[in-house]
Design a protein around this ligand. Sequence first.
Ligand code: SF4
Ligand code: SF4
Length: 548
Amino acid sequence: MTTDEQKAVHPRALLIAATDDLAAAGAVEALRARMPGAGITAVTRAGSSLTADRLISAAVEGPYGFILTPHLLRELRGGFDLAWAAVGDLSSPAYRRVALLLSLARAKQKAAIGPGGEVVPLAGWLKRAGISLGLLSLLRAAWRRALAPHRRRRAQRLLHGDRPPFGLRRVNIGVSDRCNHRCIMCSEHSPYCADGLPRAESRGGRRMAAEAVLDERDFGLMDPAIYRDLIRDLRAMGCREVELCGLGEPLLHPRLFDFLRQAKAAGLWVRLVTNASLLATVGAHGNAPSLEGNARTLVALGLDEIHISLNAGTPETYAKVHGVAPSVFHRVLAAIRAVAEARRNAAPPAPRSPLQTWRGAEVRTVAPTIETSFVVQADNYREPVEWVRLVANAGVDIITFSALGAAPPGAPVQLPAEQLKEAKANVAAAVELARSRGLEVRGTFGALADSGPAFSEHLYAHMPCYIGHIFALVTASGRIHPCCACERVVGDLKDGGFAKAWRGDPYRRFREECLDLPNRLPGLDGCSCMACPYGPWNVEFHRRLYAG
Ligand code: SF4
Ligand code: SF4
């Protein structure tokens, strides 16, 4: 049988993937599952990475490289039953060359497959990623390639300057290291955290001595003077967002409302992360506490987003997961309703200019956006649908399902394999319900549960981590951690403030190590890089660094 005759008899698939593409290895398996027995032709960028090796060994023919030679064109036009582009991000415009090759291929079906296994037809993918294959855009891409060496030099300069190149994207400020809950999966306050050490001393001092210090008024609460200086430094360093959360419950800080006001006055986008169980009992500015009053104050302050954790669909499960009385469940739902109601009653912002008035002045949604989250685990995996129904009725805008992070050892929270399957099905049904109710879904659990460590491993085999230029976590006592998955301390606000710490040796050393991450896998000392929650931020920063 000639080669052409073989091609006519056996199903044929084509896979086009960049060698640094996270999706490539998974795509080979997915292709095999979709077309058992098919011959796979691989087109990869020349190289010898792990991903490319897997592709090469999987391919019956190829790889052919990305240079559009007459030989490659002939192969692409050879006729396939199915042709896929494996891309690391279905929304990224960076895959123009891959898209061009795919569009030139002759195949009955053409699609792109993302790292989570999502398959999108070619036209839908191009639209979603904003990729245009017109002559002008191809010329632009060629121009960008010509500028690449200059951009590499510029990136090096920016990465070693005295300021984060694009300003810090976000800083998490732990105004309170205390918490009134004892969530079973919490890395700081779970009852399973008891490790024989005083918590304030363990894990580099990140945990607080939860029960032991509740009577000491100042322990675990941020000093207002330190907060004021921190906001000043962040503003000067071009920081765009602050998230008041950290290692405990922000509503436990008596100055929280002042803190929010200061951050807004500094021009920052502000997000509050809370369990919201105390929203009815804290007093804003000495007023008698009231749920409605506090909700109105949050809206009036201009808070941009409030994230309320509510990890159950019933009071009984809530009590088990959060380590509090079942009645608190209803209090939290009431808090969500109160913020939504206060937002509804607030007047929309006035048009900002006569031109806007003339054009009909877009009416912005009144802040804050309300998000609520559900960490899927052994106690609550049956309740996602019930939960969505409740929070949608209460008035949330965004929901997030997430997989468990680093839970305390011994905590009975992990889902065994058979329950994981059921959990995914429940979450999928809940996501569908949420979308039908008009909610935005930020995390869908499935992709995270499947590909957390694999995603990190592939990502950081091919690119550095930039988190020291993007983000920081500051605890109530003033310690600076470079990321939420690192126990390392890279500075202390009490030693001269944030800007000084950022330029200091420990922080610089950390950033150097991050740039060398591909040579330090499985990760940096004291950091859980294989369970990194910042992959997408790093990818975005990388693109920006080399794009402009
Ligand atoms: S509310 Fe947050 S900080 Fe408090 S115990 Fe639960 S997870 Fe931990
Ligand atoms: S966990 Fe590791 S890879 Fe992820 S942001 Fe932190 S230092 Fe970087």
